[in-house]
Design a binder for this molecule. Structure first.
Ligand SMILES: *[C@@H]1O[C@H](CO)[C@@H](O)[C@H](O)[C@H]1NC(C)=O
Ligand SMILES: *[C@@H]1O[C@H](CO)[C@@H](O)[C@H](O)[C@H]1NC(C)=O
Ligand SMILES: *[C@@H]1O[C@H](CO)[C@@H](O)[C@H](O)[C@H]1NC(C)=O
Ligand SMILES: *[C@@H]1O[C@H](CO)[C@@H](O)[C@H](O)[C@H]1NC(C)=O
Ligand SMILES: *[C@@H]1O[C@H](CO)[C@@H](O)[C@H](O)[C@H]1NC(C)=O
Ligand SMILES: *[C@@H]1O[C@H](CO)[C@@H](O)[C@H](O)[C@H]1NC(C)=O
Length: 345
């Protein structure tokens, strides 16, 4: 009796287990049917509802047929949006190809649950909106192709979340702004025909010009060098024009310095003249009070007080053999100068 009950319980548990596996598969089948029901398509897909989903066209299951491994429906005439709660429920999916259809709208947020996805091909559709945030969570992705759609906005730095990526294809969309530095080990890369601007980061400059063409304001790397006002985040693509930018700044600075210096010297000259005028005014007043001591004082002060009025330098005054005539001349000059200053005073 005990043996019989053991066998019976074993049988029951095996039955329950297979039913659990079947129900999981059934959930995925339901998800696929929900997708097909909500997405209009040309009448080429004839999925037989009473058959196993693993036998459907475009569907591949894993070896024990417990879950869907890949879904490939390229060029199937699918039209409209991918509904939430459909493909996003195929949580074991490794490969998804919906390329060359007429799918539109945004990628549903539940795509973030496709954590095992390695390859995602959505090119040649009409998807729009910003770079799908759900995709930057699919850290197992090796190839991502969303080219030839209608995506807008920036290429997010978060693509660096996809560390295993070897192929990234974003061409022929309307992505704009700067190209972020992407450090993954990419071997294939294409962002041509977008609205990107700024300089190509050094991490991507190894790719040929054909990976970047059709972006009118993109520069550096394999493309033409950047103009100086495109401030580049990376040093290498703009290194050739960096010195010219620097020297441009330097020459601007020096012209500013020249202006400042000449203004300062003009002001200094003016102040010196004013000081001279004041000096002579005061001395004249003092001199008229003291009487006739002025000429001797003047000769003594010649070299110190009038460098501009004196025709020659101070050494001509102090150390010459024929000094008298020279000195007289200077004195005369100074007196003349003093007189004219006096008139002003
Ligand atoms: C659908 O699949 C079932 C079970 O495999 C089969 O009996 C039936 O003929 C199929 N129907 C069509 C239209 O192929
Ligand atoms: C992802 O799957 C979990 C369960 O596996 C579910 O609770 C969650 O709502 C899903 N996320 C999205 C965005 O649908
Ligand atoms: C990067 O991936 C992790 C999962 O590995 C996720 O939690 C995180 O939100 C992702 N970051 C972005 C910006 O998508
Ligand atoms: C792209 O989207 C814009 C609106 O954002 C729309 O006007 C345009 O027709 C779309 N282009 C294509 C090819 O779907
Ligand atoms: C680059 O494009 C962005 C967004 O289109 C814009 O805001 C920015 O001014 C552009 N920068 C340059 C240098 O053209
Ligand atoms: C990138 O894509 C464009 C078409 O959008 C193509 O002409 C070009 O050859 C591609 N570049 C590479 C390196 O494959």
């Amino acid at each position: 009796m005990a043996a019989v009950s053991l066998i019976l319980s074993c049988f029951v548990s095996i039955l329950l287990l297979t039913e659990r596996v079947n129900s999981e598969s059934l959930q995925e089948k339901q998800a696929l049917l929900a997708f097909l029901k909500q997405v209009p398509h040309e009448n080429r897909l004839k999925w037989n509802e009473s058959d196993s989903a693993c036998n459907w066209v475009g569907v591949e299951c894993n070896s024990d047929r417990s879950s869907i491994y890949s879904l490939r429906l390229p060029g199937t005439g699918l039209v409209g949006q991918i509904p939430s709660g459909s493909i996003g429920k195929l949580s074991q999916l490794r490969v998804l190809s919906l390329r060359s259809n007429r799918l539109s709208g945004q990628i549903p947020p539940d795509f973030r649950n496709l954590t095992h996805l390695r390859s995602l091909y959505l090119q040649h559709n009409k998807f729009s909106g910003e770079f799908p945030a759900s995709i930057t969570q699919l850290t197992g992705l090796i190839r991502l192709d969303i080219s030839s759609n209608n995506f807008t906005g920036p290429i997010p730095f978060a693509v660096n979340n996809l560390t295993l990526l070897t192929g990234l294809f974003l061409g022929n969309n309307r992505f704009s702004g700067n190209l972020p530095s992407i450090t993954a080990g990419l071997t294939d890369f294409n962002v041509s025909d977008n609205n990107l601007n700024g300089s190509i980061p050094s991490s991507l400059s190894k790719f040929p010009a054909a990976s970047f063409t059709g972006n009118v304001n993109l520069c550096g790397g394999p493309l033409r060098p950047c103009k100086s006002f495109f401030i580049s985040p990376s040093p290498s693509p703009s290194s050739s024009d960096a010195p010219s930018r620097l020297s441009g700044k330097k020459s601007k600075l020096s012209t500013a310095a020249i202006i400042a210096i000449s203004a300062a010297s003009a002001l200094a000259g003016l102040l010196l003249l004013l000081a001279l005028v004041l000096f002579f005014c005061l001395r004249k007043r003092r001199g008229s009070r003291k009487g006739q001591t002025k000429p001797r004082e003047t000769t003594g002060n010649v070299p110190a007080t009038i460098p501009p009025a004196g025709a020659s330098s101070s050494k001509d005054v102090t150390g010459t053999s024929s000094g008298m005539g020279e000195r007289n001349k200077l004195v005369f000059t100074e007196e003349e100068f003093t007189v004219s200053i006096w008139k002003i005073c």
